[in-house]
Design a protein around this ligand. Structure first.
Ligand SMILES: [Zn+2]
Ligand SMILES: [Zn+2]
Length: 130
C-alpha cells in the first residue's frame, strides 16, 4: 500500500500493490503543465485506487484546486487503469523505476536515459501528446 496527496493536504489517495507500468515523459504538454523538464507517472488498476478530497481538472489533467498540485489523470467510465503522478507519493524516494521513456526526442541533453527503460522517440501509444 502506498499513500500520496497534494502539497496542501486537501487531496489524499492510496494505491494498493505495484503499478502495471511506470513511464517518464518528456513531451511539450508535460513540460507546460508540470513546469519541469519531464513527468513521471504510473498506471494502477482503478480498483486498487482510493481518493478523498476535491479534484479539479483541465483536459483530463487532475489537480488540487487549492494548491495546484498535479496528481492524476481523471478517469472516464470504463477505464481500467488510473494514471498517477508518482512525485505525489508520500515516501521519497518512491523506488518505482520507469519501464519506458517517451518523447525522448525532446529530452534535455543533460538528462541521461533511464538504464534498462525502453526508449521511444515520440509517443508509445495513441493518447500521448506532443
Ligand atoms: Zn492541495
Ligand atoms: Zn507527456
Amino acid at each position: 500500500m502506498r499513500t500520496g496527496g497534494c502539497l496542501c493536504g486537501a487531496v489524499r489517495y492510496s494505491v494498493r500493490g505495484d503499478p502495471v507500468h511506470v513511464r517518464r515523459c518528456h513531451c511539450a504538454n508535460c513540460r507546460k503543465e508540470s513546469g519541469s523538464a519531464f513527468t513521471v507517472y504510473a498506471h494502477w488498476p482503478v480498483e486498487a485506487f482510493e481518493v478523498s478530497g476535491e479534484i479539479s481538472s483541465y483536459d483530463g489533467r487532475g489537480f488540487c484546486p487549492r494548491c495546484g498540485s498535479r496528481l492524476l489523470d481523471t478517469s472516464n467510465p470504463g477505464d481500467t487503469l488510473i494514471e498517477i503522478r508518482i512525485g505525489s507519493l508520500d515516501e521519497a524516494p518512491f523506488q518505482l523505476k520507469p519501464d519506458d521513456e517517451i518523447w525522448v526526442k525532446r529530452r534535455e541533453s543533460w538528462i541521461p536515459p533511464v538504464e534498462g527503460a525502453a526508449q521511444h522517440d515520440e509517443s508509445a501509444t495513441q493518447h500521448d501528446e506532443n
